[in-house]
Design a protein around this ligand. Structure first.
Ligand code: OXK
Ligand code: ADP
Ligand code: MG
Length: 572
């Protein structure tokens, strides 16, 4: 098969790789690209904008990639990130791998060196075998070698990113291809959009019956929603399933708001009780991974437990423990098939269970509520987040971005979510630095204001990206929970050096905001915090609120300190 570009007769209208790639992306409904330009892709940004599309230019490709992945999660269209070769590709790859882990649809497009040089390792400018380096970290890695293949490559990338378990796809484009020409009419014929790229996957009727039987015979059933259920965008069906069955539910962090945290069947504040005492657990788009203690151990109590698992990925079933009733299919098809099979069933038979769960949930919430309004000389996580919660409850459609350790774990507990897909956080890996990219994508793709609650350490990972937010005038309020260090800010420093866990106590994030073109305010009390947040939301201006938090307020690694490793040598 020849790779040589076809010879085009004189006078025939031409197109090239740049134009074919843009035509193909537009044909697939892509209008926003997130990226960072340079050799060999600079031109594509200008040409993309010249078509009236948006190119969001970032300061580091990792954040552009986080933005693209969150755009994919929120829109169910693949988020597209464009980078230069080698280091730019590698920065983007971190985000592509994270997207694949989170099951967010994303396409990373990177320029690359010519094959004849890379394959002989002849030392090209930013030479790297990107195609093969990407392959283990995403759903698929494709290289395009001929202009007439750009159409099929984009279709493959879109379908692979969206179908089945969503995830990341790498598209490798050797530099020369961008300017390789072909006849425009032939080029046009080479482009198409995939038909139904994310087809419904219907569960087997036998599987539905098996699951329904298990649920009907349960005494203490529990529904557990994961971000796969949020991604599915079948919110009405989910709510109907919850209310028709009367079964208590608890959400994983990004599934919060799929059914409101204020719903009477919400058991989020009775988490330990329901995980330990339930007898049948219905997992809906949630993996039994580390976030759920792999489905075993004290988190799950000693009572015998049977799992129903709804997941589009067949080999996710039995990944950690035996699943008695697997339902392999997309959430919407599975939920509606279950609803039909369970018609007339109501877990009112488990009224005692439902009311004991509700009692625990409500009493724990009440106990926390008192902490949220307790004044302290210096703000702590409870009274600062309590002030934020009281403001945000008036803005249910604001998207909350959340990262950090204590800033993450406490906000996940305190800040209620009322609507689906309004909370974006550190996800399955627990990634620090997702904040600014996620906030950019949430603001761009939803058109709504965004509030990002970031630990000061987490914010530092992508702080320069704040200039990206101000440049596009995005209505994002970043609340930096400034306790002066990683986890906390009061660690004693060893002789002659600053503790490895501390930051400069004179850091002024509010002034950083002003320096980067935004609004900035430092707050010391919950009242000041509430006012600053309200003012920022109303102003629609990109703002940093530098919230001073007691340096002693944090706990090492937040609620996952058990994962830390400490040496026993020399310890009494
Ligand atoms: C929940 N709870 C509440 C509420 N919601 N109480 C009152 N009111 C409300 N609204 C209760 C809930 O019942 C639990 O109490 C407790 O609060 C904690 O709830 P939750 O949902 O957070 O549960 P838990 O145990 O923390 O969940 C485990 C977990 C979670 C692993 C899923 O900790 C998590 O998602 N962690 C992510 C950590 C992470 O990714 N960090 C990244 C940075 S750290 P009980 O009594 O019912 O148990 C890092 O990078 O290095 O350190 C680093
Ligand atoms: P969480 O961390 O919130 O528990 P996970 O990311 O662990 O959620 O799990 C999400 C699961 O949802 C993945 O196993 C993925 O295969 C699955 N999933 C994603 N989209 C769908 C869908 N539309 N239908 C069914 N399962 C889905
Ligand atoms: Mg901190």
């Amino acid at each position: 098969m020849s790779n040589a570009p076809a010879v085009v007769p004189e006078g025939v209208e031409l197109t090239d790789g740049f134009h074919l790639l843009m035509d193909a992306l537009e044909l697939n409904g892509i209008t926003n690209i997130y990226g960072l330009l340079g050799i060999p892709v600079t031109e594509i940004g200008r040409m993309w904008q010249a078509r009236g599309n948006k190119f969001y230019s970032f300061r580091n490709e990792q954040n552009a990639g986080y933005a693209a992945s969150v755009a994919g999660y929120l829109t169910k269209k693949p988020g597209v990130c464009v980078t230069v070769s080698a280091p730019g590709f590698l920065n983007g790859l971190t985000a592509l791998a994270n997207a694949t882990t989170n099951c967010f649809p994303m396409i990373l497009i990177s320029g690359s060196s010519e094959r004849e040089i890379v394959d002989l390792q002849q030392g090209d400018y930013e030479e790297m075998d990107q195609l093969n380096i990407a392959r283990p970290h995403c759903k698929a890695s494709y290289r395009i070698n001929r202009p007439e293949d750009i159409g099929v490559a984009v279709v493959r990338a879109v379908r692979t990113a969206l179908s089945g378990r969503p995830g990341g796809v790498y598209l490798d484009i050797p530099a020369r291809l961008f300017s390789t020409v072909m006849a425009a009419d032939e080029g046009k014929k080479s482009l198409w959009a995939p038909v139904d790229p994310a087809p419904a996957q219907i569960p087997a009727p036998s599987a539905v019956q098996r699951a329904a039987e298990l649920i009907k015979n349960a005494k203490k059933p529990l529904i557990l929603f994961g971000k796969g259920a949020a991604y599915a965008q079948c919110d009405a069906d989910i709510l109907a399933f919850v209310e028709e069955t009367g079964i208590p539910f608890t959400p994983m962090s990004m599934a919060k708001g799929l059914v409101s945290d204020l719903h009477p069947q919400c058991a989020a504040a009775a988490r330990s009780l329901v995980l330990q005492e339930s007898d049948v657990v219905i997992l809906v788009g949630a993996r039994l991974n580390w976030l759920l203690a792999h489905g075993k151990g004290k988190t799950w109590g000693v009572a015998p437990k049977k799992f129903v698992q709804i997941d589009i990925q067949a080999n996710e079933i039995d990944s950690n423990v035996k699943i008695e009733a697997p339902l392999v299919g997309d959430v919407q098809s599975c939920i509606n098939a279950l609803r039909a099979e369970l018609k007339g069933y109501k877990s009112a038979d488990q009224a005692a269970w439902a009311s004991s769960v509700a009692e625990k949930h409500n009493s724990t919430r009440a106990k926390l509520a008192s902490k949220l309004s307790t004044a302290t000389p210096v703000m702590n996580y409870h009274n600062s987040l309590g002030a934020i919660r009281d403001v945000l409850k008036n803005y249910p459609d604001i998207c909350l971005v959340n990262e950090g350790a204590n800033a993450l774990d406490n906000a996940r507990m305190v800040i209620d979510q009322y609507l689906p897909r309004k909370r974006v956080d550190t996800g399955t890996w627990g990634v620090m630095g997702i904040g600014m990219g996620s906030a950019a994508a949430a603001a761009v793709e939803t058109g709504k204001p965004v509030v990002a609650i970031c630990g000061d350490s987490a914010f530092g990972f992508s702080a320069m990206e704040y200039e990206t937010l101000t440049r596009y005038n995005l209505p994002v309020t970043v609340i930096v929970m400034n306790n002066g260090g990683i986890y906390r800010g009061d660690e004693a420093s060893p002789d002659h050096q600053f503790s490895c866990m501390l930051f400069n106590p004179n850091t002024r994030y509010d002034q950083l905001s002003i320096a980067l073109g935004g609004e900035g305010v430092r707050v010391n009390t919950p009242e000041e915090l509430a006012k600053a947040l309200e003012d920022s939301i109303k102003s629609g201006k990109t703002t940093i609120i530098d919230a001073i938090i007691d340096p002693a307020a944090g706990v090492e690694s937040g609620r996952i300190g058990n994962l830390n490793i400490v040496s026993t040598i020399g310890k009494k």
